[in-house]
Ligand binder design. Structure first.
Ligand SMILES: [Zn+2]
Length: 200
């Protein structure tokens, strides 16, 4: 299967080849793949190691262009010791949970583009940025709950992140984690109702 991994930024990074191997491994061994949910015959992953504080998958160019873009915040590559700083990146080893982060990011792509039962459509994106934020928090918890020991975060971490960002109750994050809502339209519906509860 032609799986092309190419760097659009960071090709000369000292960890680029290790990262490339992990990207391949995370896709080829992804726990969301099954008899019915399969990788496409051709897929190109554009990887960018960046200094902006965000790690994310962009899949809106798939399937039209047959590619996805994975942006990785350089800090997320490494296991940072307590009190660690960017300076520690010079010799810090790769985080042994980096593969879990990749499983999570590709989980978004597989849900949205390869698993028809997830019911994702770009047109379902909520216009209200707060509702969109809630959907993302619920989706993150849903992915990590399904990844189980391959998840980058624990339920408690997802709950405190969601609390900080938008104020989703811990209970709703737990229900998403447990798999109560299994489709994108479900997540949007729950996010909208959380938003209207928040307004009251
Ligand atoms: Zn995510």
């Amino acid at each position: 299967m032609p799986l092309i991994v190419q760097f659009t930024a960071g090709a000369d990074h000292r960890c680029a080849s290790e990262l490339e191997a992990l990207v391949r491994s995370a896709l080829l061994n992804h726990p969301f793949l099954s008899i019915t949910v399969k990788l496409p015959a051709h897929l190109q992953v554009n990887v960018a190691i960046c200094r902006e504080q965000s790690t994310a998958i962009r899949f809106d160019t798939y399937p039209t262009h047959g590619d996805v873009t994975l942006t990785i915040f350089e800090f997320h590559l490494f296991k940072i010791k307590d009190g660690g700083s960017v300076i520690a990146l010079d010799d810090a080893p790769l985080d042994d949970r980096l593969i879990n982060l990749l499983f999570h990011e590709f989980g978004h792509f597989i849900d949205a583009r390869l698993d028809a039962s997830f019911g994702y459509k770009d047109s379902l994106h909520p216009d209200d940025p707060r509702v969109k934020g809630f959907v993302d928090d619920l989706w993150n918890a849903s992915i990590d709950g399904r990844l189980k020991d391959k998840a980058p975060h624990t339920l408690a971490e997802r709950q405190s992140d969601a609390q900080e960002e938008g104020g989703i109750p811990a209970d709703a994050i737990a229900r998403a984690w447990e798999g109560e809502w299994r489709t994108y339209p479900d997540l949007v519906r729950v996010a909208e109702s959380l938003r209207s509860t928040n307004d009251q």
